[in-house]
Design a protein around this ligand. Structure first.
Ligand code: ADP
Ligand code: ZN
Length: 704
């Protein structure tokens, strides 16, 4: 039989199938090992029983899977993705599968465990052996079985009473906790009725922070389960996962699969299998769980719809929302996207009626937190902390309530500048200032992640004095503990949460013992702690100064979400925002919790500037060691794309793999943009250049 195979290779030029001979039984969606060039590669079978007039076809070396890894729906989805995002098909297959199953020559193997099973046997046993075999509840892990009595264990195996079998390691990840019971608010009830009774497919659940959106999710999920259907609950990357898992498992027991980036390969694989074998009905997971092999979805529930982690930032650069629309179509299920601060795009769609808008405009406790802007041009401040904020923290602590402080910058010092020779330490790859991390005694590039040991000595003049410009979370923690030596302070940022499970641990610690939680944007997301009544936001203008069409949107989301952590239960919440621009429209909208006003004003800017959601964007990034080469190709392709509006080329931050030059392409229709970018890609291939092209369809923000 002749079959078509997409072979694992990064080269986009090879985005086409190759035909092989296969003498074994094989299906579409299985992995095969095939000879390719000088080596063996892994590929995915996309077609069987093909006809080909090519002579001397090579033969498949091994059929890896007996049954298809990807069913028809997912095979079609991969094709759709490849076309929609102008990405190699094989990269789409890779993205869709858990690491242990990826069609990749370095694919991780599946981990097995030995288990001891009881068997019938006629062989005589000693009294001791008899007692032993009766006292053990089989099956038991082989290692534990041997621990009980090594010599007896061996005897029981030899005599055929016990058999050792290899099972796939199957980690249990969910532990159950107590469910909270309350009667729904009128708004929650209405929202649920609206969603269940409507004939629409897509819903935007716009609920202010603390309005009980999660409870709406759980009720909808429960309805789907009663109809025997599956439910997918999507959460942003890592941050919110522990809380959502806890609530879902408290309600529905531990029969759920979870899926996020902190799981190891084996854990991912076992969770994937739970879904594939229909052993669980609910999946809680981050963006890649949208590719789970569901058979009968009843709801896709997306929490914090606006979150940037729903877009993957390497090829294929998919947006989870696009994918879920494809899946909902096949499964005929409803989709609910929830947020207190919807993305402009989603709200615009709801405005136009593409999504049905469902609102929860009141908190469960009826009280929105009070927002106070602290004008840093007028305030006395020390180490970036205003006297007002210090005083409010003090008062909050004296009431035995909790404080959250947001500073969206990790590390100790954002810039390390020698005060003798004025040298600034920069990343050799990216050219941007390195951040000093006191905890790890290192200088870290926040662009590429490279890290250098720091001896507190200037490499140029060997001076030992440095300017103390600016502040990150590490330094804030230090200053706050000097000011409040009695307080229990906990820091949550990318550095303190690197270890698996650290996130959960930090949150538990804060909930049970903590007084002040300091952190980056992580602390703005979803946290629901009843005793938090004071939220302080430092350097609130940081987000707004980015040179990007989406910076106001991101700033608004961050500030409103952070504010939303205060006063979620019976005690009133207060939020203190330190800003140099209290008159900025973003600040004004946050002050009055007025999303609609923010939406309308920001839409005007987008309209004037011809930015999404009024136009469709694509960015093309050209990468080469030689900047001129990158520019040369970028200019050629700009010429090629001259029927569209093209901005650039401009140089942006370089990376390890070279200098980077960017074009921004705008179009009024998706179809036109997609068509042109595909043509441009073909054109790029025809240039036979070694300038790498990185395509980002529909970016949410521009890279810098
Ligand atoms: P959101 O996701 O909208 O910010 P949550 O779903 O986290 O809000 O709910 C906020 C808090 O209110 C949670 O502690 C939740 O347990 C509680 N809650 C939700 N619905 C109700 C209700 N109907 N009655 C009382 N408390 C509720
Ligand atoms: Zn760097």
């Amino acid at each position: 039989m002749k079959i078509n195979v997409y072979v694992e290779t990064q080269a986009m030029e090879l985005n086409k199938p190759f035909t092989y001979l296969c003498n074994e039984q094989v299906y579409v969606g299985c992995r095969v090992k095939v000879p390719f060039g000088y080596k063996d590669c892994i590929g995915i079978v996309t077609e069987i029983n093909v006809t080909s007039s090519v002579q001397n076809l090579k033969e498949v070396k091994e059929v890896i899977d007996r049954t298809p890894l990807l069913n028809e729906e997912l095979m079609n989805l991969a094709k759709w993705m490849s076309n929609y995002y102008v990405a190699p098909l094989i990269s789409c297959y890779k993205t869709m599968l858990p690491p242990a199953l990826k069609p990749s020559s370095t694919y991780a193997s599946i981990v097995y465990e030995s288990w001891a099973f009881k068997k019938e046997s006629q062989m005589p046993l000693t009294k001791h052996q008899q007692e032993l075999i009766q006292s053990i509840s089989f099956p038991i892990k082989a290692s534990e079985f041997r621990k009980i009595c090594k010599s007896c264990a061996k005897a029981l195996i030899d005599k055929g009473y016990v058999e050792i079998r290899q099972l796939e390691k199957n980690p249990k990840l969910v532990s159950s906790s107590v469910d909270s019971q309350f009667s729904l608010t009128k708004q929650q009830k209405d929202a649920i009725d609206k969603i269940t009774q409507s004939s629409q497919t897509y819903f935007l659940l716009h609920g202010v922070t603390g309005s009980g959106k999660t409870e709406v999710f759980l009720q909808l999920a429960s309805q789907a389960l009663q109809q025997g259907k599956q439910v997918l609950i999507l959460v942003p990357e890592i941050g919110l996962t522990p809380m959502m898992i806890e609530r879902v498992s408290a309600r529905f027991g531990s029969d759920i699969a979870i899926y996020h980036s902190q799981l190891n390969n084996q854990e991912k694989y076992s969770q994937y299998k739970l879904v594939k074998e229909n052993k669980v009905k609910i999946v809680v997971g981050t963006r890649s769980s949208i590719f789970m092999p569901f058979s009968n979805l009843g709801y896709i529930l997306m929490d914090e719809e606006h979150d940037s982690s729903y877009k993957q930032d390497n090829s294929p650069r998919y947006q989870t929302k696009d994918i879920l629309i494809q899946r909902a179509r096949v499964h005929h299920c409803k989709v609910v996207m929830a947020s207190a601060t919807p993305s402009l795009e989603a709200y615009a769609r709801a405005y136009k009626g593409n999504y049905e808008l469902v609102s929860l405009n009141q908190r469960v406790n009826q009280k929105m937190p009070d927002i106070h802007l602290i004008d840093m041009r007028k305030e006395k401040s020390m180490n970036g902390l205003s006297s007002t904020l210090i005083q409010k923290i003090e008062q909050c602590l004296s009431r035995k309530e909790q404080v959250i402080l947001l500073l969206n910058r990790r590390g100790y010092l954002p810039v390390v500048k020698c005060s003798t020779c004025n040298e600034v330490m920069t990343c050799p790859d990216c050219g941007i200032a390195l951040t000093y991390h006191k905890d790890s005694q290192s200088l870290i590039c926040h662009c590429c992640g490279r890290s250098f040991y720091f001896k507190s000595e200037c490499p140029k003049c060997h001076g030992h004095q440095f300017y103390q410009l600016g502040m990150g979370t590490e330094k804030l923690e230090e200053k706050i503990s000097e000011l409040f030596p009695e307080a229990r302070i906990i820091r949550m940022d990318a550095d303190s949460t690197r270890k698996k499970g650290a996130h959960e641990k930090i949150l538990k610690e804060f909930e049970t013992r903590g007084d002040i939680l300091i952190g980056t944007q992580m602390v703005a997301k979803g946290l629901d702690f009843a005793r938090v009544t004071c939220v302080g936001i430092l350097q609130a203008d940081l987000a707004m100064v980015r040179n990007d069409f989406s910076s106001s949107e991101i700033a608004y989301q961050l500030l409103e979400q952070a504010s939303g952590r205060a006063g979620r239960s019976d005690k009133a919440g207060n939020v203190y925002i330190q800003t140099f621009e209290p008159d900025h429209f973003v600040m004004k909208c946050v002050l009055s919790h007025n999303y609609l006003s923010f939406f309308q004003q920001e839409m005007k800017y987008r309209h004037l500037g011809h930015y999404p959601p009024y136009v469709y964007l694509c960015t093309l990034i050209y990468i080469h060691k030689d900047l001129n080469k990158a520019f040369e190709i970028a200019n050629k392709e700009k010429e090629f794309l001259n029927s569209l509006k093209v901005l650039g080329p401009i140089e942006i931050h370089s990376r390890k793999d070279g200098k980077r030059v960017r074009l921004v392409i705008k179009s009024n229709t998706k179809e036109e943009l997609n068509q042109k970018i595909k043509e441009c890609f073909t054109y790029h291939s025809s240039l036979k250049t070694n300038v790498k092209l990185d395509i980002n369809m529909y970016p949410n923000r521009l890279e810098d």
